[in-house]
Design a protein around this ligand. Structure first.
Ligand code: PLP
Length: 355
């Protein structure tokens, strides 16, 4: 069977070259006589894979030594709780830019005093919330944002200025898709299954001076300080997912790194947004300055036609285009691994479908 163009929001498309390499190494990794899946996480062979994966990520994102890089489990959702458990002493501020931000805010309330300082919930999250820096608590333990809102298709074009308050960023759906200055952010975290690799791995990048403040009841598996001391191996890490993420990151390096793929991502999303802007048939609900480069959301004139669009596209090998149930319509997730050809094929179909 031919491979499809997979526009799923996550788990999502992976580079074909990576899947082929993993397949080739499946039974016998680097003459060890076993699959990476079968290796002890304490073995030399596995530690080399782990160390190389961290090194590639540090190179790709230009992560300084003053930051700890953790490879954990529990998903982004686990970190919704881990963040307050590791950082919250007095109070924290949240910007509510989408469903995941809203859930993170709700979860944090269990662990202490948190405030919502800006929200676009009333507008069904069709834009990044407008914030007023004066509303931020200058003594907050952190300010929380979601850099790319996967369900609604929005993205922060600029990051809030927080002074000495550490910024905590959920980058689950746009990490490694564009250049960020890590030094501006206290904690970056992401579930791997959108833009980094397979599900099962959660990446946490934390500035080391923020360690050492975990609440007493914080489980050890979520304690960034314990995990930093143990090199992410307080217990068994998601060994195979880390290996696969490493292969994807090396593939990204081969593409020229994050700055190079950012250009491609701008180009890919522009193909779709230009078409949407020039059409009276399709509607793009997101305000222009909030548009995501990873998740492009749009509708046809009515829900029945949306469903027909999704069905006809699937018959042509363009799958998983149905929008999230909270938004309806159509969503094309076009992460790093989605080739330009896939986006062009979708655009061509969109034009034909409109006629
Ligand atoms: C998918 C996603 C999550 C949830 O991730 P899980 O790994 O399923 O817990 C959280 N935040 C964002 C921005 C996401 O895209």
């Amino acid at each position: 069977m031919n491979r499809v163009y997979n526009f799923a929001a996550g788990p999502s498309v992976m580079p074909q070259a990576v899947l082929e390499k993993a397949a080739a190494e499946m039974l016998n990794y680097n003459n060890t006589g076993m699959s990476v899946m079968e290796m002890s996480h304490r073995s030399k062979a596995y530690q080399a894979i782990f160390d190389e994966t961290e090194a590639v990520l540090r190179r790709l994102m230009n992560i300084p030594e003053t930051y700890s890089v953790l490879f954990l489990q529990g998903g982004a959702t686990g970190q919704f709780a881990a963040i307050p458990m590791n950082l919250l002493k007095t109070s924290a501020d949240y910007i509510d830019s989408g469903n995941f931000a809203h859930i993170a805010y709700g979860e944090a309330k269990k662990y202490g005093n948190v405030r919502c300082v800006a929200s676009s919930r009333e507008d069904n999250y069709s834009h990044i919330p407008v914030w007023n820096t004066a509303d931020f608590d200058p003594n907050a333990d952190y300010l929380y944002i979601t850099t790319n809102n996967t369900i609604f298709g929005t993205r922060y074009a600029t990051l809030p200025e927080t002074g000495n308050v550490p910024l905590v960023a959920d980058m689950s759906s746009n990490i490694l898709s564009e250049v960020y200055d890590v030094n501006r952010i206290g904690v970056i975290y992401a579930g791997a299954q959108k833009n980094v690799g397979p599900a099962g791995l959660t990446i946490v990048i934390v500035r080391k001076d923020l360690l050492g403040h975990a609440q007493a009841t914080c489980p050890k598996v979520f304690d960034w300080t314990v995990m930093t001391d143990k090199g992410s191996m307080m217990n068994t890490p998601p060994t195979y997912a880390i290996y696969m993420a490493g292969l994807c990151m090396k593939w990204l390096e081969d593409q020229g790194g994050v700055a190079a793929i950012e250009k491609v991502n701008i180009e890919k999303s522009a193909i779709l947004y230009d078409l949407l802007d020039n059409s009276s048939f399709y509607r793009a609900p997101v305000e222009k300055n909030s548009r995501s480069r990873m998740n492009v959301t749009f509708t046809t004139p009515d829900p029945d036609t949306d469903a027909l669009f999704v069905k006809e596209a699937a018959a042509l090998g363009m799958v998983n285009l149905k929008g999230h149930r909270l938004v309806g319509g159509i969503r094309a997730s076009i992460y790093n691994a989605m080739p330009v050809e896939g986006v062009k094929a979708l655009a061509e179909f969109m034009q034909k479908f409109e006629l």
